[in-house]
Design a protein around this ligand. Structure first.
Ligand code: NDP
Length: 673
């Protein structure tokens, strides 16, 4: 008998007298006792707020990203222990891969996003500087900083590991401590993974705590700096989000709940087309992975009316060949639902759906007695011949291996049916016709958190309709909960406050750690290209001597590069162009001369020029004009122990002091000499 424990205020807490007995879905026997212990919710919140929060906020985004990468590596090395528990939840090895490897992989991706897309500092910049005043003495910048409270994660039973990690990774990267509450039915697997996180010793004290069992008065104690991130049923979400304390404090509540996701077979698909085969394969996978207990599973299969019978035939053949049984036996492709309760719920929902749809494949009474007495169900495919007048097929989610086919007349009708779900996490479209993809997107994107367009061009690298990717938003409008998770850095921002900062360039530079144009310029003891990454200071600036650009320079550059565009070579044609007074210098000539002006040529700490961002040419340069350069160290990002990236702001001005070009130059610079 497993006895998963809570982890509160740095201590493990065993199940209490009133613990819940968890029955195994595969055997029908008791497998665990969980919860029932008296946890002090206020003490847990205080512990997170006074220990975990400050410790996490003291770290930079990059330090937290490195911590997450180390954590993912640690879990990856111990995942066999998680796979050993996985079949007890009713899941096959393949289901477990989505959950366990999926959770670890998500953590790796979020860690990598943190290193690549967030600064090695404490303030995240959201967008560019806003010019709020004529002379640039008052500027605006949106920033994001970590919330100073706690993230409460209330998770669903279906993905005990991924469900925890997909929320934990962005939360910790944001710098916010978390209290995780897994669903009781599969909490022993979550607890095993959570225990590894604690054993790793990689997280600061108070960064994570675990509640096995009920949350008591936790939500009544949350404040404006806390976040609740919920996954589960719409009813529970509605009840929890209406908590008066949450309402009073405007506590953020992110919900990911029931979703009647759609898959559309494009009007261009025929039974012999690759898209038809892809649709059938994916629909069967979606019905049977995790025994259909997936928030993203395809519940409504929208097919051209002319193809309905062909799809029924093709799907039925595949479903009939599927083996169901003990998920620890590799021969079985589909395991059990998570509990007898879940099975009863699916059968209840199936009875409702059958009032509007006919069963075209699958019979719950066909299972052998040993499976029928436990939480097993065969896949059941329905067809609803009148989707326009149906209600339940668009609103009742049977959270198991159940999907309904819906015939459509034309693409507009297909999109209309997809939208009848009232808001979903994902809709997919199987087509080889980009015009159909555009029509469906314009008609449907507003109703779905993600649109997955699949066809022969992408098939070899398909990630799957049902896989939320850490790079892409997971969540959806309306019935799906109205929340958003993941989506790269977007997912991190859910645990941060966006604040508009207004102030002088020096104020913004001090706050953001990034030099803002107009802020004080510093003069270093030597040329900045002779200074190491560690030595270079933000704001360090050089001003070069001017260089006159002659007509010979322009002609030489034109013939040397082959760029003999008329604006550089033909006085009359150039003068006829509204942008130019006559022949002008090439923009790239100006960039080349700029480099020649600011470079210090000797070997030194600068290792390479790695790129150039946001280049703009603002004013033409005529023969006889001169240009000079100001180069300022704008931003530093350490990449390894050996080197880091320095971004420089470069402006070119002419003899009248007018700016003619601006860009951000990127260099790799050695950390030490
Ligand atoms: P629930 O909404 O009952 O539970 C979801 C989570 O909320 C669990 O951790 C549960 O804990 C917790 N919870 C329930 N009541 C409270 C409460 N009063 N205070 C704090 N936490 C609470 O969903 P189920 O897991 O039972 O699934 C029911 C249905 O939800 C499914 O049949 C399916 O339709 C839908 N669902 C949708 C998912 C999705 O991702 N879209 C995922 C899972 C389910 P505990 O387990 O201890 O009760």
């Amino acid at each position: 008998m497993l006895t998963p424990e809570s982890y509160a205020c740095g201590q493990w807490v065993a199940p209490g007298e009133n613990a819940t007995e968890i029955t195994g879905p595969v055997t029908g026997e008791p497998i665990a006792r969980a919860g029932g212990s008296a946890l002090d919710m206020q003490a847990m919140l205080d512990f997170a707020r006074t220990k975990g929060g400050p410790a996490l906020r003291a770290m930079t985004f990059h330090q937290r990203a490195k911590m997450l990468k180390a954590l993912a590596t640690y879990l990856d090395g111990r995942k066999d222990e998680l796979y050993a528990l996985n079949p007890m939840t009713g899941a096959t090895k393949r289901d477990g891969w989505v959950d366990i490897d999926g959770g670890i992989g998500t953590t790796f991706v979020i860690a990598s996003k943190g290193r690549r897309e967030m600064p090695d500092g404490h303030v995240y910049l959201d967008g560019d500087v806003e010019q709020l005043s004529r002379n640039g003495t008052l500027l605006g910048q949106h920033i994001a900083v970590p919330l100073q409270g706690v993230a409460v994660h209330i998770n669903a039973f279906n993905f005990p590991v991924w469900g925890m990690m997909e929320k934990l990774a962005p939360t910790l990267l944001a710098g916010v401590p978390a209290i995780v509450k897994p669903a009781t039915q599969t909490c022993y697997l979550t607890e095993a993974c959570f225990r590894m996180i604690i054993d790793s010793g990689l997280l600061p004290e108070g960064a994570v705590q675990l509640i096995v069992g009920r949350t008591g008065d936790l939500l009544d104690r949350l404040t404006a700096q806390d976040v609740v991130s919920f996954t589960g049923s719409a009813d529970t979400a509605a009840m929890l989000r209406a908590n008066p304390n949450l309402v009073e404090n405007s506590t953020r509540f992110v919900a990911e709940q029931d979703s009647l996701n759609a898959a559309i077979l494009g009007a261009d698909a025929t039974p012999d087309s690759p898209e038809f085969a892809l649709f059938v394969k994916e629909a069967v996978t979606e019905m049977t992975t995790k025994a259909g207990q997936k928030c993203t599973a395809m519940r409504r299969l929208i097919v051209p009316a002319t193809q309905l019978e062909a799809v029924i035939e093709a799907m039925s053949a595949k479903l009939a060949a599927l083996t169901i049984g003990d998920p620890s036996d590799k021969a079985n492709r589909m395991g059990a639902l998570a509990s007898m309760g879940q099975k009863a719920d699916v059968l209840e929902k199936l009875a409702i759906l059958k009032k509007e749809a006919r069963v075209v494949h699958g019979d719950p009474d066909s299972l052998p007695a040993d499976l029928a007495s436990c939480a097993f169900l065969p896949p059941i495919l329905l067809a609803c011949d009148d989707p326009d007048n149906a209600v339940s097929v668009h609103s009742v989610e049977a959270f198991g291996p159940v999907s309904t086919l819906l015939p459509y007349r034309d693409t507009a009708h297909a999109a209309e049916i997809a939208n009848r779900g009232g808001g979903s996490l994902v809709a997919s479209l199987f087509t080889n016709d980009p015009a159909i993809a555009r029509e469906v997107t314009l008609a449907s994107a507003a109703w779905h958190g993600r649109l997955y367009v699949m066809g022969r061009a992408s098939a070899d690298e398909a990630t799957g309709h049902g896989s939320p990717l850490p790079h892409m938003i997971h969540g959806g409008p309306g019935r799906a909960g109205g929340g958003e998770e993941l989506g790269g850095v977007r997912g991190v921002l859910h645990y941060m406050q966006r604040t508009a900062i207004q102030g002088s360039p020096d104020v913004l530079t001090a706050i953001t750690g990034t030099w803002i144009k107009g802020a004080a310029e510093l003069t270093g003891p030597s040329h900045p290209f002779q200074r190491t990454f560690r030595e270079i200071q933000i704001g360090e600036t050089i001003h070069t001597d001017p260089r006159i650009i002659s007509l010979e320079d322009i002609e030489h550059f034109a013939h040397f590069t082959g760029d003999t565009f008329y604006a550089h070579m033909d006085e009359e044609a150039a003068a006829a162009n509204p942008f130019f007074p006559g022949r002008v210098a090439h923009g790239y000539l100006l960039l080349s001369f700029a480099a020649g002006l600011f470079v210090q040529p000797d070997p030194g700490p600068v290792l390479a020029n790695t790129g150039l961002n946001s280049l703009s040419f603002q004013k033409p340069v005529s023969p006889g004009d001169s240009v000079k350069v100001r180069l300022t160290a704008k931003r530093k990002t350490q990449r390894t122990d050996e080197y880091g990236e320095v971004a420089w702001n470069a402006t070119l001005t002419n003899q009248d002091g007018d700016q003619v070009a601006e860009y951000e130059l990127l260099t790799m610079v050695a950390y030490e000499r």
